[in-house]
Ligand binder design. Structure first.
Ligand code: F6P
Length: 501
């Protein structure tokens, strides 16, 4: 049987379960509350409120075996060329630990360790200077990860305050720089290619604003372009082709993280991710959180045909997680051809979106409870608070548990307006506490789940050709925008006429 027909087979299970509700599924099999749950160190995952039963799960695990997810994980972590369209490995795991023993992976690990040593030296030197603020310039994978981690884990009173500029909109740079003193600020320009329009423009603004290149640093694979930009090798940290941009926060792309948290806590983040790598590689299929998470995603997409997936962190410090995951998941899995170039018969990635609870309960949760679309959700909670407001934390956790329960169980009413249909699936991910380790582990779980989903769909998770066309059209349009040429497209010509007034 082909993978496509196996994916089609999920439909039959979904049909079989069409009249079962989550209430029935759990009432008929109460042990699933415990048995559909797994733990990996500080990370607990409960899948009991997903709309599969044990028979459907067997079909999913059969899919996992036939797709050889275990072998695929070995290939990824062993540094094999899992990015076939670009002929590259995706060795983000080598940045954070040593699970693999191939010569290539060991060489990558050695490069990663030497870059970490240089990061530590540069941070120590900056800490001995007058610099109080850091401006990080980058976009996409060179921004979202560092921005998320700094927002989640930076502590008040840290040695450096770290700020981010990503958008090419000049307001982004203007707002950030407005509150800073160029004499006490260092800039870090992060770009794997050092060819990204937004980053080069914003980097140029920061370079000019600083008025002194001595406090400008770079992270890139392209040392020549960095040098041409005016940043010397002694202030340039390396990147490598074997790390994808959206998988790169563990590399020197994480320099802003290390500046904000300190190098020791940055290394704890890496340790957490490395522990998830070990789990992903060695845990048996049925006890493997990354496998459960990936199979659940495929079930919701190809069995239940859910068009979107929500991610709902119940911790204000994780409010940027949905933005980060949008790139990780949708840039990786937003594909409609298979590795061999053939069309995929099944649907791939749904739209990922979300926001932090409880705020979002007061914005879009109405649609989650009573809208016509079923939106599977990942709820993420943190058990132990590290603030003194115990009543707030109790309310936060009560809301988290209440929402997953209400979405699943619903509530009947004679009044259709006041009826809650329920049967809305969710996964609950709980961290014992929010620490560098637990956050590293959570992010690595998503990375590996994304990869395993790509294997199940037969697509390449590590290229992103879809973003290129827009960039090419934008650069072709620049002369037309300046009035130096005519746009080719009739609608664009009409719009330019409006802009030119
Ligand atoms: O690090 P770079 O080369 O500036 O690229 C930034 C981002 O642009 C993309 O290529 C496309 O959005 C991402 O994959 C990448 O993370």
């Amino acid at each position: 049987m082909t993978m496509t027909s196996l994916l089609d087979g999920l439909d039959a299970h979904a049909q079989r379960l069409a009249s079962s509700t989550l209430v029935n599924l759990i009432a008929n099999d109460p042990a699933r509350a415990q048995e559909f749950a797994l733990r990996c160190g500080p990370l607990y995952a409960n899948f009991a409120r997903q709309r599969y039963d044990r028979t459907a799960l067997d079909a999913l695990f059969d899919l996992a075996k036939r797709a050889d997810l275990a072998g695929a994980m070995q290939q990824l972590l062993g540094g094999e060329t899992v990015n076939g369209t670009e002929g590259r490995a995706a060795l983000h795991s080598a940045l954070r630990g040593g699970v693999a023993t191939s010569a290539f992976a060991l060489a990558a690990r050695a490069q990663a360790l030497s870059a970490q040593l240089r990061m530590r030296e540069l941070i120590d030197a900056l800490a001995a200077s007058d610099v109080t603020d850091i401006v990080s310039v980058g976009i996409g994978g060179s921004d979202l990860g560092p921005r998320l981690i700094v927002d989640a884990l930076a502590r008040p009173g840290a040695r450096f305050r770290v700020h981010f500029i990503s958008n090419v909109d000049g307001n982004a740079a203007r707002r950030v720089l407005a509150g800073l003193d160029p004499a006490k600020t260092a800039g870090v320009v992060i770009s794997k290619t050092f060819g990204t329009q937004e980053t080069l423009l914003n980097g140029g603004i920061v370079r000019e604003w600083l008025g002194n290149n001595d406090r400008l640093y770079a992270v890139s694979t392209n040392a020549q372009r960095v040098a041409d930009f005016g940043i010397p090798p002694e202030r340039t940290l390396p990147m490598w082709d074997w790390v994808g941009g959206r998988y790169s926060l563990w590399s020197a792309v994480g320099f802003p993280i290390a500046l904000a948290l300190g190098m020791d806590r940055f290394e704890q983040l890496l340790e957490g991710a490395a522990a998830m790598d070990t789990h992903a590689l060695h845990a048996p299929l049925h006890g493997n959180i990354t496998v459960w998470h990936a199979l659940t995603a495929v079930w919701n997409r190809n069995g239940l045909h859910a068009a979107t997936q929500a991610v709902l962190p119940y911790d204000d410090r994780l409010k940027l997680l949905p933005n980060y995951l949008q790139q990780l998941v949708m840039e990786s899995l937003g594909k409609s051809v298979r590795v061999d170039g053939s069309d995929i018969a099944a649907d791939t990635v749904p739209v990922w979106w979300g926001g932090a609870g409880t705020d979002t309960q007061h914005s879009f949760f109405q649609a989650l409870h009573q809208g016509t679309q079923i939106v599977p959700a990942d709820f993420i909670g943190v058990v132990k608070a590290d603030h003194p407001h115990a009543a707030n934390h109790a309310a936060l956790l009560a809301n988290l548990l209440a929402q997953t329960e209400a979405l699943a169980n619903g509530q009947d009413s004679d009044d259709p307006h006041r009826r809650y249909p329920g049967n809305r699936p969710s996964t609950l991910l709980l961290l014992d506490a929010l620490t560098p380790q637990s956050l590293g582990m959570l992010i690595a779980l998503y990375e590996h789940s994304v990869y395993l989903q790509s294997v199940l769909w037969g697509i390449n998770a590590f290229d992103q050709f879809g973003v290129e066309l827009g960039k090419q059209v934008a650069s072709r349009l620049l002369p037309a925008l300046r009035g130096e040429s005519q746009a080719h497209d009739a609608v664009t010509r009409a719009l330019l006429a409006v802009i030119h007034g």
